[in-house]
Design a protein around this ligand. Sequence first.
Ligand code: FE2
Length: 430
Amino acid sequence: MSFDLLVRNANLPDGRTGIDIACRNGVIAAVEPGITAEAKEIIDAGGLLVSPPFVDSHFHMDATLSLGLPRMNRSGTLLEGIALWGELKEILTVEAVVERALKYCDLAVSQGLLAIRTHVDVCDDRLTGIKGLLEVRDKVRDYIDLQLVAFPQDGLFRSPNAEKNLLTALDMGVDIVGGIPHFERTMQDGARSVARLCEIAAERGLMVDMHCDETDDPMSRHIETLAFETQRLGLQGRVAGSHLTSMHSMDNYYVSKLLPLIAEAEIHAIANPLINITLQGRHDSYPKRRGQTRVPELRSHGVNVAFGHDCVMDPWYSMGSGDMLEVASMGLHVAQMTSRDDIRYCFECVTNHPARAMRLEGYGLQTGCKADFMLLQARDTIEAIRLKATRLKVVKGGKVIASTPARTTRLELPGRPATVDPAGYAPVES
Ligand code: FE2
């Protein structure tokens, strides 16, 4: 029996070592030690980590790589970012959106990022971003699972045509209903927008992913309404709350009531560490709040937590490179999740957890899953995050679609080794 691809001697994220992975017809056919059958292509993992691909469940691909257009964000705040994006929207073209998004997708693939959920602004009567990203979704279909969220950036009720445009975007084939309740004019309008958007999703059988309470105001409690509406409409497991940063500043007693409500409604919580740490707390003097939602507490209540990249070189964030290991690293630092178990959990927050939030089919390294994975220059998930390890091979459907040479440095020091390999400095522990 012959395979298309055989990966030998891999370490897996669950701690198993010396595992072979055999692929046939785009699917994982076997995952076990000592597979002896022939294969058209063999990759020797040499005791390095093979993981399912990275998944980014929160991104803005309509704005990515637009840094400086039409000007820079001088204050660095979320609100100036939204205003600046408003200026850029006026002059956007479908071609420019497509070109920048495809460039970002290339970058993503090179880093093993093969599934992305992007919010797309619908508060533009021309629906430029929607048109562009529907085209991109088709163009990258063979190598990136791209989910589109109809996102009323300027508010469902605050922006005059938002609801009409959002419904048009869904009619055009956009996958998910978005929202931004904390940006509506009043708390009541925010709550009404959550109810209306969840109803639209329920009527159409769609998922929901809302920017929810992305503010330092501890009284911004739209997540409570989102949990309620999810239960009322039977949307359990199909709703994500993105950002949830107000939870950082909420009263502890209230949070102790809120967390079980989120868990009961099976809402997925998506934190965006790189962006939350830079945009939140901007109105504070000292001490400055971190603004990231309460990741360890959500975890301990059994809530599925994912980390998203959110922005790369756009009106809100001038940094970023599509590297989900950078996202995981920032997430664990901001949440002070530094135990070995916590760090492994943070790797899950950029792989399995967002895959669950996005309801990806065939994701994972079990027999029968899609043959999508990557080989990293690290021996385990902790080392991968610590080193932002090089993605040596990225495999999609059993075929290598990206390769990067291993990072090694040649040393010119008398009496010292000739080369330095960043991996393997500390013993791997269970
Ligand atoms: Fe966002």
